[in-house]
Design a protein around this ligand. Sequence first.
Ligand SMILES: Cc1cc2nc3c(=O)[nH]c(=O)nc-3n(C[C@H](O)[C@H](O)[C@H](O)COP(=O)(O)O)c2cc1C
Length: 208
Amino acid sequence: MGFIPISFKKPRPCGRRGPARPFTIRESPPYPSAAVTPSPSAALQARAPSFSLPQFRASLAMFATGVTIVTARTPEGVLVGLTANSFNSVSLDPPLVLWSLARTATSMAAFRAGSHYAVNVLAADQMALAERFASRGAERWAGTDFTEGASGAPLLAGAAAVFECFNRSRYEEGDHTIFVGEVEACSHRPGASPLLFHGGRFYTEHPL
Ligand SMILES: Cc1cc2nc3c(=O)[nH]c(=O)nc-3n(C[C@H](O)[C@H](O)[C@H](O)COP(=O)(O)O)c2cc1C
């Protein structure tokens, strides 16, 4: 078994080893930005799904992920944030990440319009925060400890890692919008245990 269900452990001290080194990037090859390459079979169409929505959900749920809270601050100063496990890496050079947002999300307008956001990778002791930022009625920011990133996006205290992103491009696909962020700054807590999500439950890591 690779994971054990979440258990609350004493948070580890938040230690950074010296000042963050700037992310230096080799001179990039001229990769096109936000180019969309059509599928070679663009003239064809996918067959209709041979499975039910619950079967699709159950199969997707076998993919264990980390958990993030994506945050932003609107020009009016309103704080926005939601729990998302669709986060993934895209490219090292340039440094790109992605995540996807349901078209029905109330935060969609803010993320579409904003120039920056932050992806906060949650630590194992932040399950309550993950639940709060996934609940519609919840007062998400009351009592939430954060600092302000260079772009103004909230950086959550105690996160295992933080990626401060320029809102580089987005892709409308199905009922979600994929956001690709260009990472301007990142940091992590060495040794922090990440919060994991699998099959509708939260876990903490258990090395094999
Ligand atoms: C573990 C977990 C992961 C989630 N991942 C996503 C995600 O990647 N994208 C998304 O749109 N919603 C995701 N959600 C649901 C949103 O957090 C939830 O719908 C939230 O209320 C959306 O906030 P908003 O309507 O204020 O934008 C996730 C929820 C949980 C519990």
